[in-house]
Design a protein around this ligand. Structure first.
Ligand code: KMH
Ligand code: ZN
Length: 280
């Protein structure tokens, strides 16, 4: 085995697109495969080691089309060394069966949200039987889940999942706190501390992301607690009040700078694979 990933290594995950923003409202959002690959390469150069991917169709609308998902995973593997994580959350309109099929595209990792959340005026549905099915499927397929936690109950639900079905493929347990969603936990240091305290002992790493204006408070709190970071235009579209984000690399560069202040340097893609249990 490789030596353990050192504590100063900071995993930066970039979430470049999401399923909520319309291309028409944000032309700089990467929605085509070409734009996504270019973004991925820029973000890898800037310090990202993992990419969390939502795919868009020819009309720039969110899709879970298996052909497009597979093509995207393959293209990202060909042009970058990034750990490729596909979203199984999709959009709030995607049916559960289609979200399970995402694993057929054979990503390295998949997001796995630990419970149902009010999501603005919508509902992001993750009923318990679906969570169990997706988890077991990830174990069978050799895909490493990233447990997405939108509230404290979801951090606690991870104990229940691991007690029932054992550890993920690869033996590591990586979580991501998604904070500041209207309907979920707030994007505050207090909420992050409570969330970390609620994680089961099996957790080996965690990151956090704050939506919208909670981006910086959450990033600073996560660095203070020794966690990792997710950033990207899925989560925030302004770099400061009223100033639009130019591109995803700009957000990655900003947290590389925050990491440097906290004496954390970007984790390499090789270290990220080790951290996540993707190295045999
Ligand atoms: N688009 C949200 C409804 C995930 O990627 O797994 C769900 C989401 C979480 O973005
Ligand atoms: Zn997502």
């Amino acid at each position: 085995r490789m030596p353990a990933v050192p504590p100063e290594a900071l995993l930066i995950t970039v979430a470049p697109t999401g399923a909520e923003t319309a291309k028409a409202d944000c032309p700089q959002l990467p929605t085509t495969l070409e734009e996504l690959v270019a973004t991925a390469r820029e973000c890898e150069s800037a310090g990202a080691a993992m990419i969390h991917v939502h795919v868009r169709d020819a009309d720039h609308r969110p899709t879970l089309d298996l052909g497009l998902l597979t093509e995207t995973v393959d293209a990202l593997h060909e042009s970058t060394d990034l750990v490729v994580q596909l979203s199984t959350g999709g959009s709030v309109h995607d049916p559960l069966d289609k979200r399970l099929k995402v694993l057929d595209a054979r990503p390295d990792s998949c997001s796995l949200t630990m419970g149902t959340t009010n999501f603005g005026d919508d509902v992001f549905a993750n009923p318990w039987p679906f969570v169990c099915e997706l988890y077991q499927l990830s174990q069978e397929r050799g895909i490493v889940p990233e447990f997405e936690l939108f509230d404290l109950g979801q951090a606690h639900a991870l104990t229940r999942l691991i007690d029932r079905f054992g550890l993920p493929y690869g033996g590591r347990v990586h979580c991501d706190f998604v904070m500041g969603v209207p309907g979920g936990m707030p994007g505050t240091a207090d909420a992050l501390v409570a969330g970390v305290a609620t994680l089961p002992p099996e957790v080996t790493s965690w990151s956090a992301t704050g939506i919208g204006r909670s981006t910086l408070p959450v990033a600073l709190a996560a660095l203070s607690k020794g966690g990792h970071l997710r950033v990207g235009m899925e989560d925030v579209l302004t770099i400061s009040r009223g100033v639009p984000v130019e591109n995803n690399a700009q957000l990655v560069e900003r947290v590389v700078g925050l990491g440097a202040l906290a004496q954390r340097r970007p984790m390499t893609t090789t270290e990220a694979r080790d951290l996540l249990g993707l190295t045999p």
